[in-house]
Design a binder for this molecule. Structure first.
Ligand code: NAD
Ligand code: DAU
Length: 350
């Protein structure tokens, strides 16, 4: 039985990856290591928690000794590393947590893999999940490829860029078998409502303002989260060691256009008169250092490993809206406690 460690498995993307691996590979033992920060939630995994091949471990990747002991105890065959501080706005207001988790935490995992696997790395793999934000910002034209020079702007993207470099350094210097993927913006169920799409669904539902940063002209390339999880599966099993793969939806939207589509879908689902939700749009102070445009060229992944996105955006956004409307209890839980305080402060500052 293969033992796979998935870090950050109680988060948004991690929970989709855990679900896919637990269900698709009954002969793998899946260990989900997660600190359960505000973004981690075991309610994301109730459907797999009692499966024989799934085990949750609560722990912090910043604690190096704990991580080393864990690797020693379980002798993992593979690691899929998703644990991170992931929200750009939080990295602007308090960067240190991003340095600890995203950089120090990643190095702790690399050190543990290097120490425990030693030279016996034939079937082992350290898979580092990263972001397209490491490449910086595009103008109106062009795409990020795997050879685009790194140029991160936010503390979040700089911390992810740093972790990517360290993963490559452990490959080049110590021969650690690694693979990296850099993905565009994900959307779908179980995303904490601080990110654009779930936040705006939540606000529309509650007739609250929709804070659009700047003029809403920034462009993102959106990918349905289950398509990202499938790409991770394909890369984990077939990706070439030492390589990087870009993952994207080939689905660029200006924020304001996407928000208008979302408003329309919400009006429709909530039985509101057309145009009602759009009235909630409020232009606010721009995000500092706001990258103008991200766009991914995923030709390498598509040609080499045969992956492609399965969902059209229109279908994905409908499914996503339905998910949040049908999971009100989940939304109520994650928006209780400190959530209101955090948002009131965020909104005041803009
Ligand atoms: P998320 O914030 O939803 O989840 C992160 C998870 O990591 C949470 O469960 C949290 O509890 C856990 N975690 C945080 N600090 C930890 C620590 N010190 N020790 C152990 N666990 C810790 O994030 P997400 O959006 O699911 O992103 C997952 C990964 O994918 C991240 O590495 C992110 O950089 C990358 N990524 C995200 C996107 C996106 O659009 N969300 C796109 C590309 C890449
Ligand atoms: O590109 C991949 C990245 O996508 C991931 O690495 C990050 O973890 C993930 O958070 C996401 O980063 P973004 O900053 O692009 O996502 P966010 O949902 O925060 O914002 C999307 C766009 O919407 C961005 O241009 C900022 C804008 N925005 C966001 C929020 C939260 C608003 O206009 N208003 C908002 O309230």
């Amino acid at each position: 039985m293969k033992k796979i460690l998935i870090t950050g498995g109680a988060g948004f993307i991690g929970s989709h990856v855990v679900r896919l691996f637990v269900n698709k590979y009954p002969d793998y033992q899946i260990f989900n290591l997660d600190k359960l920060t505000y973004a981690g939630n075991l309610a994301n995994l109730t459907d797999v928690e009692s499966k024989r091949n799934y085990r949750f471990i609560k722990g912090d990747i910043v604690e190096g000794e704990f991580i080393l002991k864990l690797f020693d105890e379980h002798q993992f065959d593979g690691v899929i590393h998703l644990a991170a501080e992931s929200h750009v706005d939080r990295s602007i207001s308090s960067p240190m947590e991003f340095i600890f988790t995203n950089i120090v935490g990643t190095v702790n995992l690399l050190n543990a893999a290097k120490a425990i696997w030693k030279d016996n790395t034939g079937n082992k793999l350290f898979y580092h999940v990263s972001t397209d934000e490491v490449y910086g910002s595009l103008g109106d034209e062009g795409f990020f490829t795997e050879t685009t020079a790194y140029d991160p702007h936010s503390p979040y993207s700089a911390s992810k860029a740093s972790s990517d470099h360290l993963v490559r350094a452990y490959h080049d210097t110590f021969g650690l078998p690694v693979v990296i993927s850099n993905c565009s913006n994900n959307y779908g169920g179980y995303q904490f409502p601080e990110k654009l799409i779930p936040l705006f669904i939540h606000n529309i539902k509650n007739n609250k303002p929709l804070p659009v940063y700047g003029k809403g002209e920034n462009v993102r390339d959106w990918l349905y989260v289950e398509d990202h999880a499938h790409a991770i599966d394909v890369i984990f099993h077939q990706g070439r060691k030492g390589e990087t793969y870009n993952i994207g939806g080939n689905n660029e939207w200006k924020n304001i256009d996407l928000i208008k589509v979302l408003c329309k879908v919400m009006d429709n689902k909530l039985g509101r008169e057309s145009g009602t939700s759009e009235k909630l749009i409020t232009f606010v102070k721009d995000r500092a250092g706001h990258d103008l445009r991200y766009a991914i060229d995923s030709t390498k992944l598509q040609k080499e490993l045969g992956w492609k996105p399965s969902l059209q955006f229109e279908e994905g956004i409908e499914k996503t809206v339905d998910w949040y409307l049908n999971n009100q209890e989940w939304l109520d839980n994650v928006t209780s406690g400190d959530y209101q305080k955090y948002y009131e402060k965020q909104y005041k500052e803009r």
